[in-house]
Design a protein around this ligand. Sequence first.
Ligand code: UD1
Ligand code: UDP
Length: 395
Amino acid sequence: MPTRILSIFGTRPEAIKMAPLVKQLAVNPEVVSVVCVTGQHQQMLDQVLDLFGIAPDYNLALMTGNQTLNGLASRLIASLDDVLASVNPDRVLVHGDTTTASAAALAAFHRRIPVGHVEAGLRTGNLMQPWPEEMNRRVVDVMSDLMFAPTPSSKANLVQENLHGRVVVTGNTVIDALNLSTARLDSDPVLRAEIDARLPSVDAREPMLLVTGHRRESFGPGFANICAALADLATTNAVQIVYPVHLNPNVRGPVQESLGKLRNIHLVEPQDYLSFVRLMQRASIILTDSGGVQEEAPALGKPVLVMRDVTERPEAVAAGTVRLVGTQRESIVQAVMGLIGNAQERDDFAHRINPYGDGHASQRIVAALTGCPFEEFAGARASEEQRVQPTVDAQ
Ligand code: UD1
Ligand code: UDP
């Protein structure tokens, strides 16, 4: 009898990281794959589903404008219970640290359905940073009987917590998604040219700073500092800034108000994943608070400055590809200007290795789910597939 697996996700990063896995589950004869999207994100989720050609079996369309965590969580649990009753899966898969992930795991647990956690074991050790994600990822791991840790150090976190589930190290599926995307870009010059034509036109001779930011713990003073730092950087004329602005109104409001009219800053809509990968390829430096970008940029050889005080991705800090710069105006400006003034240092990033994956994470997860033998991902020990990907035709 094939195993009935219900994958539940609802935000942009979850969709990017679940897409390669969902594709592999769909063609595995030992699995009946059912996909439920919660629609925690509406437009940003659709961008990913369209790109990867995923047609969900259930779309709960739960997003409301400026949703509260409790409002969202309660809608999620109520709606997911109906889906669980009608699908009656042998297993539920959830991803990462979102409200969708924690609510879906709890709903499945209440029905005694085993939970598999993709991207398990990431920890900052600080329950308030990132908030509420550190809590979400912890409670999902407590409820999971199968935990797919992306790296050996995320496995070590789980082992230390003495949880009841089994842990396997798989690599991060984001590298699978990234590889699929760069392969498409590299093999199709027409597509590349089309995407380039849609992106803001920046002078290829000047360094380009790519920015993203959306963390709830930075709302208010944190975002005010970040915007002030970007305004300072724009006035130096030493860098051109491209900033795809997250749709959260708490981000969009202050960003548009303080940066909307500044020279050298291009505020753009959230980009579909392929276009964003292209932007990362073309960037000189990436300034972000995103988790996923901290994993992708090292694979592309790009320096990442992280606007947070702590990270659950210490592997990239150890590999020297990620630096924490906090959310203070001066420290952000100093870190960016330091790198702009040092082309040699920027080039060094292109020769480091990516500790997050070799592009086979989804295969390992499917093998673990179907009881097939596989070799766990070894982490920062460089295999050829972890070397930085050279960028085709970057400008
Ligand atoms: C959520 C996750 C966070 C994840 C992030 C990825 C939680 C608590 N937070 O934060 O862990 O890193 O997604 O981006 O689960 N909106 C739209 N359209 C969209 C998406 C969002 O309009 O496609 C707006 C809506 O007004 C929505 C708001 O953004 O209410 C906030 O969305 P929400 O999912 O609650 O929070 P994020 O900040 O995106
Ligand atoms: N991303 C994207 N378009 C954008 C900005 C980001 O496709 O305009 C991708 C990015 O490559 C990464 C993911 O979205 O894979 C990160 O999402 P986000 O920063 O919202 O969430 P986090 O990774 O912090 O959970």
